[in-house]
Design a protein around this ligand. Structure first.
Ligand code: CA
Length: 223
């Protein structure tokens, strides 16, 4: 899952980025509204954290432009403390959630997880595929109840596929959603990660759809 942070306070931006990276997200950071708007218009994000008070272009205008351009990614707006007018304006401009500064990082991550889950149509924070379980809160993966250790990149790939279970996900889409902007993107590495995940979780967990991409096998009978 890939997240864009648009925040002009350098310390807060850096801290959010490292916290989210630690929680298993690919993260891009923009420090003004113009750069933020550009990234959100041209790159693929699973969610955006958007500060309202920004240099160049303010957050509400950025959000309004994205929505007019048809960009539908979930957006969590950071508002000034107790500013109900900011909250109302943010929701009117197309925000999906808001959080007042100062906030607890844990709350931000929980809200972000919920936004991403809802926008991909998942009601529970625990995702299942056959006997594989992925807990989006703890970042733990089990197979038939047994813990399985995945690397950060393997986890990102599996998590994206599990959020979009039953859909065919192209290699390009995977690359866009598991790497940040600065990452040296090589589409061959996707193959490598898929092979490693199959070794750890079973050969049939990820189905290759020739010429189209990958799909997580639907559990037979469902659970
Ligand atoms: Ca600000």
């Amino acid at each position: 899952m890939r997240v864009l942070i648009v925040e002009d306070e350098p310390n807060l931006g850096r801290q959010l980025r490292s916290t989210l990276e630690g929680a298993g997200y690919a993260v891009d950071l923009a420090t003004d509204g113009e750069d933020g708007h550009y990234l959100g218009s041209t790159e693929s994000y699973d969610a955006v954290i958007l500060d309202l008070g920004l240099p160049e272009i303010d957050g509400l205008t950025v959000l309004d432009r994205w929505r007019r351009e048809g960009r539908k990614m979930p957006v969590l707006v950071l508002t000034a403390r107790d500013s109900w007018s900011d909250k109302v304006a943010g929701l009117d401009a197309g925000a999906d959630d808001y959080l007042a500064k100062p906030f607890q990082t844990e709350e931000l991550i929980a809200r972000l997880r919920a936004l991403i889950r809802r926008s991909s149509g998942n009601a529970s924070s625990e995702l299942n595929a056959g006997d594989i379980r992925l807990d989006t809160r703890s970042g733990k993966v089990t197979k038939a109840g047994e813990p399985v250790k995945l690397t950060a990149q393997e986890y990102k790939l599996l998590s994206y596929l599990m959020h979009h279970k039953g859909k065919v996900v192209s290699r390009t889409e995977l690359i866009e959603h598991i790497y940040d902007q600065d990452f040296d993107r090589d589409s061959n590495t996707i193959e490598v990660f898929v092979t490693r995940i199959r070794k750890k979780l079973g050969a049939d967990v990820i189905t290759t759809i020739r010429g189209l991409g990958y799909s997580l096998e639907e559990p037979v009978g469902g659970t």
